[in-house]
Ligand binder design. Structure first.
Ligand code: IMP
Ligand code: MG
Length: 175
């Protein structure tokens, strides 16, 4: 299936550099703990951290919300937790796309209980049309329309993560 382009590889790379510059400036005297939400954010995370000019720690968490469908279940589970201690740290959450906002809210609330010094959110894509709970994205990439997007780490049923661009599925089977 041919996947139409929504955001080209060039635009993604420009945005990643811009976000990395902003983060490097804002955290210049700190060493943030950057937490990547797996699996979707791994490509974005990898590009982002290589453009930082400050020291940073990285960790990974895997949450399940969608399962294998394109509809959010609203139930979120920690499938794989971070190993780092969060207490007193400056946390930056790296997400691929914020849709209903339920996953982000769950993670922020969970991390807050571990008493970090600060928590900020960096999300490559924002799909505001489907928001259920408000989320303040401190470092936003692009706003996308209410389409199912794939590529640059983001999947549909584990496919299309390897695309260099962000595209969308013009048709998919709603489950
Ligand atoms: P939320 O809890 O509804 O905000 O869901 C966020 C997660 O759902 C994202 O991190 C993605 O993994 C997944 N998701 C939301 N929208 C899309 C999409 O258009 N394509 C692929 N995955 C999506
Ligand atoms: Mg995700």
């Amino acid at each position: 299936m041919k996947i139409p382009v929504l955001i080209s590889s060039r635009r993604l790379q420009d945005k990643v550099k811009q976000l990395a510059r902003q983060i490097s400036r804002d955290y210049r005297h700190r060493t943030p703990l950057i937490i990547c939400i797996l699996n979707g954010a791994f490509v974005f995370m990898a590009d982002l951290i290589r453009n930082l000019t400050i020291p940073a720690e990285c960790d990974f968490i895997r949450l399940s919300s969608y399962g294998k469908t394109t509809k959010s279940s609203g139930r979120i589970k920690v499938v794989m937790d971070i190993e780092s201690s969060v207490k007193g740290k400056d946390i930056i959450i790296i997400d691929d796309i914020i849709d209903t906002g339920l996953t982000t809210r769950f993670l922020v609330n969970r991390l807050k209980r571990a008493k970090p010094r600060s928590i900020k959110i960096c999300a490559l894509l924002d799909k505001p049309a489907r928001r259920v709970v408000p989320v303040k994205i401190d470092y936003p990439g692009f706003t996308v329309p209410n389409k199912f997007v794939v590529g640059y780490g983001i999947d549909y049923r584990e496919q299309y993560r390897q695309l260099k661009y962000v595209g969308y599925l013009s048709q998919y089977r709603k489950v």
